[in-house]
Design a protein around this ligand. Structure first.
Ligand code: ARG
Length: 635
């Protein structure tokens, strides 16, 4: 309603006409679209340049002091005149009494536009308060037809986390979990039908070995109490025993002793035998393995829950059927993608794909001499299976950069097998390493340990401020959430392809651009809301014309950007796009408190300012939830 009102007041700016002239704009969801349309209309009238060229040239600025939008005149490609002359000329012709923007500021060939405060606050604050958690979500993005929800949603698969059963949940899995959770939220918020898949490492000879270890040293009680740690301990133990055994054989061989018989009965051989039973569908062997898997998943789920993450499907290497792999192998053979070499099946991309690309893809083994299919073959079959099962429009693999070559090979094979269209829908979301991830207890192995350590650290940080600490209702739970926020924000701060160093002290600080800082900013806004004690109905009726200060205007200008930030994040797929914005916004809000007091002001002024801060609270909460954080109301 606020947008319609505004549009109706400006000549030639009805919502219908805007949607017609500027396809792909959604003024009701993103009011800044209206401003861009208006600027394009006016400049078209002055310059004669077509509206869509102008619209596309309108850019964001580096900071509020540079305006709300900027336009580089050379981008309009007007022939015959110097851009700076044009900029000055058009600026001078801009109507003095333009209702939406003030006369543009021109500097060389740039034109900067400042939105007028009054129409902006009258639009943005009501919209934010009405739309609440919906504000900013570009739900049209995930629709098959952006203008017609009845045509249905597009479907995206986000594969992420994907740890290996009985092995450490290392930093790579942590990052995949956090980044994948964010990307899934992002697409869900943007109207996509999101399928979250966890592709577990849960198949191979090592799980035969694990079953042996359990037979020898397993403890039923321990397994039920703490499957993750128990299985890991068994796995470590049996592996070192196997190493010892191998060394023993070598030593004996060196002495000239025949070990053939011993080797035939080695742990390695027994594991191979056990795994063979599993692959052949032996029910008792499978039942044991399934128990390990299921118990581990129960624990994973608990931990994921703390991060606000769930999966629609626990898939995994074990779930890829032998038949599917045989089918895949056959196609690869028929299409001469793969070839046999001394009993093994190989792919040589250097001969299949011309030039540099082929060189980069190199050569790889699909199936070993002993017939065991490898990681890559499973991935190819799984990909095609997902296509048939889900008919996705897009699929993201959130996997560490170390596996970049693997994923390139995967997509290339898919393409060479005649599935170009499907291959094009797949994208590797590649991220860098976490360096130096160790805690007081030594190198961390499991997600739970990381979260517990950071939570405890956070608890100590909180205790340092005794007065505040005494006021927190449930300090341990709060410390836990703050700890999780610390880890997540540090992880999501830079571009994801960059490595970063795990730094407990930096991430848990309330100062600087950290998780605790964002939580503090949110809790403070909530506290103002509680203390002001004004009903949402009254806030909706607040007299916004009282928000005259620059501080108020600047907050509103930033809040108006949130839908743009959201849409831009869908392009960058970078969490830092959201975080950078949230920090910029919260900094401006923090510095306004001394100037815009709520409690203690006149009742009407109090209402208006509360409506402003309430809007900031909503946007901050929306941004935090998008990242996967749980915004705290009290600290
Ligand atoms: N489980 C693998 C690992 O820990 C990651 C799986 C990545 N996804 C895939 N489709 N290959 O290295």
């Amino acid at each position: 309603a606020a947008v319609e009102q505004l549009a109706s007041k400006v000549q030639g700016l009805s919502l219908d006409s805007v949607k017609q002239t500027y396809p792909g704009t959604f003024p009701k969801i993103n009011p800044l679209d209206l401003w861009r349309a208006h600027i394009s209309n006016v400049l078209h009238g002055i310059s004669g340049v077509s509206t869509d060229i102008i619209y596309r040239a309108i850019q964001w600025t580096q900071g509020l002091d540079k305006g709300d939008f900027t336009l580089a005149v050379p981008a309009l490609r007007v022939k015959g005149q110097k851009p700076d002359v044009l900029a000055a000329e058009w600026g001078a012709k801009w109507p003095e009494d333009d209702p939406l923007v003030s006369k543009p500021v021109t500097n060389a060939h740039f034109m900067s536009f400042f939105i007028r405060a009054e129409p902006l606050r009258n639009t943005i604050i009501p919209i934010i308060q009405q739309q609440g958690s919906e504000y900013g979500r570009a739900r049209f993005n995930g629709l098959k037809d952006p203008n017609d929800p009845s045509k249905g949603q597009k479907r995206i698969i986000v594969e992420f986390s994907s740890p290996n059963v009985a092995k450490p949940f290392h930093a790579g899995h942590l990052r995949s979990t956090i980044i994948g959770g964010f990307l899934a939220n992002l697409h869900e918020s943007a109207g996509w039908d999101v399928i979250r898949i966890n592709y577990l490492g849960d198949w191979g000879k090592q799980y035969g070995l694990l079953a042996l270890a359990f037979k020898m040293y397993g403890d039923e009680e321990e397994l039920k109490k703490d499957p993750i740690n128990h299985l890991f301990k068994l796995y470590v133990r049996i592996n070192s025993e196997m190493e010892e055994e191998k060394k023993g054989f070598e030593a004996k061989k060196a002495e000239g002793i025949d070990v053939t018989e011993l080797e035939a009965n080695s742990l390695d051989e027994q594991a191979r035998g056990y795994f063979k039973m599993m692959t052949e569908g032996d029910e008792s062997a499978l039942a044991q393995w399934r128990r390990f898997r299921d118990l581990s998943i129960i624990r994973y789920k608990e931990t994921y829950g703390r991060l606000n993450i769930h999966f629609d499907e626990y898939s995994g290497e074990s779930q890829v059927s032998e038949e599917a792999m045989e089918k895949t192998a056959k196609i690869m053979e028929e299409r001469k993608i793969s070839h046999e070499d001394q009993g093994a099946v190989l792919i040589d991309f250097t001969t299949l794909v011309p030039g540099k690309e082929g060189k980069r893809l190199g050569k790889t083994v699909l199936r070993k001499k002993d017939g065991t299919a490898l990681y890559l073959t499973r991935d190819v079959s799984e990909l095609l299976h997902r296509r048939d099962k889900y008919k996705f429009d897009k699929m993201l693999y959130v996997v560490a950069s170390q596996q970049e070559l693997h994923l390139r090979q995967l997509f290339k094979i898919t393409e060479l097998m005649g599935n170009e269209a499907t291959a094009k829908l797949c994208q590797h979301i590649s991220f860098g390493l976490v360096l130096g991830m160790s805690t007081r207890r030594g190198t961390v192995k499991f997600l739970n340990d990381i979260l517990r350590d950071v939570g405890e650290h956070m608890h100590e940080v909180m205790k340092k401020n005794e007065e505040k600490y005494a006021q927190v209702a449930d300090p341990e739970a709060t410390a836990d959430i703050l700890g999780i926020s610390s880890v997540m924000v540090q992880d999501l701060t830079g571009k994801i392809i960059n490595n970063y160093t795990f730094n407990m002290d930096a991430m848990t600080s309330f100062e600087g651009d950290t998780g605790p800082y964002l939580q503090y900013a949110h809790a403070r806004l909530c506290s103002i809301y509680r203390r002001a004690n004004i009903s949402d109905e009254d806030l909706a009726k607040a007299d916004l014309s009282l928000l005259t200060e620059d501080h108020a205007t600047n907050i509103i200008r930033l809040l108006a950007q949130w839908p743009d930030v959201f849409q831009n994040t869908l392009k960058t797929l970078e969490p830092t796009t959201v975080l950078t914005y949230l920090f910029r916004m919260t900094h401006v809000v923090s510095s306004s408190y001394d100037h815009l007091k709520v409690v203690g002001s006149e009742p009407e002024l109090m209402k208006a300012r509360m409506a402003l801060y309430n809007s900031a609270r909503i946007v901050l909460s929306n941004g935090m939830r998008l990242l996967g954080l749980t915004p705290l109301e009290r600290l």
